[in-house]
Design a protein around this ligand. Structure first.
Ligand SMILES: [Zn+2]
Ligand SMILES: [Zn+2]
Ligand SMILES: [Zn+2]
Length: 216
């Protein structure tokens, strides 16, 4: 499966799954009004999101954003890994004295790839890529969502006909409204636009992603 199709909120273009990176790279030179920010691609296949994040925010702020919009189910641990170094949410002797209380401008740079993990049990992994430095109009908390995948209509695995509404937490099977029955109540979760869909009771964003969407 290629990446899900989506949309660029900056120019309005609908994007197919391929060419997402290429598209947003072209906006590096267009984004020159607003606050100093990094333009970052976050992906957890087949989900993706492109965000502009103020450079003086902390890794902790980026962690909170990813949690609120994409992955938070029940306050699990999380960690960034940047150039081979771990930056856990809470300081721990296992990881030396590093934590997420470090400014993005100190650890990120253009063309850098880094990683994020949420929940060290049933882990959701997110790969991040810094396109470069831009000036961007930032919405909530110094962050804007510049583009994001849509959740395409996925067919129910039981009938193969209707669009799925739920995902089984134990086997990943997709289920539509018609095929759903009461016996499944404790096994299924809503199929939502998040790499955490179907995992550990995840039911969707805590914060409306629309509040972060760039306005130009
Ligand atoms: Zn665009
Ligand atoms: Zn959980
Ligand atoms: Zn069905």
């Amino acid at each position: 499966m290629s990446a899900f199709p989506g949309k660029c909120f900056y120019c309005g273009k609908e994007l197919k799954g391929r060419g997402v990176k290429r598209h947003f790279r072209t906006h590096l030179r267009d984004l020159k009004e607003g606050e100093d920010a990094f333009l970052i691609l976050a992906k957890s296949h087949p989900f993706w999101m492109v965000i502009a994040v103020r450079k003086d925010l902390l890794l902790e702020d980026l962690d909170q954003f990813l949690r609120d919009v994409w992955v938070e189910c029940c306050d699990h641990l999380s960690m960034f890994e940047i150039e081979g170094e771990p930056y856990p949410r809470y300081e721990s002797s296992i990881y030396g004295d590093r934590s997420m209380k470090v400014r993005l401008s100190e650890v990120l740079r253009p063309d850098l790839t880094f990683r994020y993990e949420y929940d060290f049990g049933t882990t959701t992994e997110i790969d991040l890529y810094v396109f470069g430095e831009v000036k961007a109009p930032l919405r909530r908390d110094g962050i804007s969502i510049i583009g994001q995948n849509d959740l395409p209509a996925l067919l129910c695995d039981m009938c193969g006909k209707r669009p799925a509404k739920y995902i089984n937490e134990y086997n990943g099977r997709l289920i539509c409204d018609e095929c759903y029955n009461e016996r499944m109540k404790y096994e299924v979760l809503p199929l939502v636009n998040s790499p955490r869909a179907g995992v550990c009771g995840y039911e969707g964003s805590r914060v409306d992603p629309g509040e972060y969407r760039v306005r130009v």
